[in-house]
Ligand binder design. Structure first.
Ligand code: UD1
Length: 372
């Protein structure tokens, strides 16, 4: 029986592994092992997602915790290696672009174990982003690069990765979004947070480029305070960002913005689904807003998810007070003009998890046959 070892470590991995595990379980005839590196460990960043997404307890937890990139990556390599020796999986399946993704891919290929990368091929072409380095290295290592959108296939071809190692499977995170959207509607977070029936904004910020510089973070908080004069601004705050606001002494700039503890997945979708606008530097939210038809202002100079711009509701804006306020006003004007429609890129259809499993089992490419 083929043995798949799925690797997760940080918050954005959990919504990606869920549909693949579920699809594998539904088919049967597979042994599936879930490994958590422990990169994220707080209940609010990890455990609650397992519960909401219907994930089983991890079979193995490497317990690495937070540290510098090199130490965190090194600890994962060291702790994962004996697990591979003991379990001898046929495939190690890694997700997304976090440190756990690249570390586990490297440990596995060094043991001659095949690696599949789910969400392969995305590129921001910005090597200052830690995730970009993780993406490039993981794709070079992987035996099977499973892409969420066609731009991913083009990026991999440009880097010399042969076509037989690449397959378009669509977006697994969309599977999770479509499955849990009804539960998110029932959760009624706008009601709970007292913004029901009003236009409101949702904000998330955690990228080093936005929150690790005092000047940039101050500009962004000033811009958000201006938005908060027009409508409620709800800001579920990542632990890194909360710490930086304290480190830089910027508490007074938070103004009318409502800081919330990090939210669970269903709470987040419940709010975002009803939001007038989302301001974010998250990768996942760019995709979720595109699916939900909610305008998204991404506070970054680039995105590795261009279909959210060409086929969705996303727009890149500079991380400055002036750019944020101008873009917010433009979105509001466009909204009053008739608004935004949900996007539907190829393979963003709720069935990507099944296509990942089919690819791992060497079955025919459903999306390719649909095109021919
Ligand atoms: C990581 C990922 C990023 C992803 C993000 C989602 C990398 C390189 N980065 O960034 O791609 O978008 O997760 O959240 O893998 N912390 C806690 N509790 C936790 C986890 C972290 O308090 O459970 C704090 C620690 O102080 C830690 C800091 O957050 O130092 C940063 O955590 P880390 O995992 O290093 O990176 P993220 O910024 O979360």
């Amino acid at each position: 029986m083929p043995k798949l070892l799925h690797v997760v470590g940080a918050r954005p991995n959990f919504m990606k592994v869920a549909p693949v595990l579920h699809a594998g379980r539904a088919r049967g005839g597979l042994e599936q092992i879930l490994l958590h590196t422990g990169q994220h460990y707080d209940v609010s960043m990890s455990d609650r997602f397992f519960h909401e997404l219907g994930l089983p307890e991890p079979d193995v937890n490497l317990g690495v915790g937070s540290d510098t990139h090199a130490i965190q990556t090194g600890k994962i390599l060291i702790n994962f290696d004996p697990v591979l020796e003991r379990l001898q999986p046929d495939w190690v399946v890694v997700y997304g672009d976090v440190n756990s993704t690249v570390a586990c891919a490297l440990a596995a290929v060094k043991r001659g174990i095949r690696v599949a990368h789910v969400e392969a091929g995305l590129r921001s072409f910005d090597r200052t982003m830690p995730e970009e380095i993780n993406r490039i290295v993981t794709d070079q290592l992987a035996d099977l690069c499973l892409t969420p959108s066609r731009d991913g296939n083009a990026n991999l071809a440009a880097e010399g990765i042969p076509a037989h190692r690449v397959r378009l499977v669509g977006n697994v995170m969309v599977d999770t979004l479509l499955r849990l959207r009804p539960a998110a509607r029932e959760r009624r977070m706008p009601h709970e947070t007292g913004v029901d029936g009003q236009a409101f904004a949702v904000v998330t910020l955690h990228r080093p480029s936005n929150v690790d510089s005092r000047e940039v973070l101050a500009e962004l908080l000033e811009g958000l305070a201006e938005v908060a004069r027009v409508m409620p601004v709800l800001f579920p705050i990542h632990p890194r960002t909360r710490q930086r606001i304290l480190d830089f002494g910027l508490e007074s700039l938070v103004g009318g913005v409502r800081l919330l503890a990090p939210l669970g997945y269903i709470e987040t979708v419940s709010l975002v689904d009803q939001a007038a606008v989302v301001l974010t530097d998250s990768g996942g939210l760019q995709e979720e807003t595109t699916m939900l038809g909610v305008p998204c202002l991404t506070l970054r100079p680039n995105t590795e998810r261009p279909v959210t711009i060409t086929e969705g509701t996303n727009r890149l804006i500079e991380s400055s007070r002036a750019a944020l306020v101008t873009a917010f006003r433009e979105v509001m004007a466009q909204r009053n003009d008739g608004g935004y429609r949900p996007g539907s890129p190829e393979g963003w259809d709720g069935r990507a998890g099944g296509r990942v499993v089919a690819a791992l089992l060497g079955e025919p490419d459903e999306l390719a046959s649909a095109r021919s």
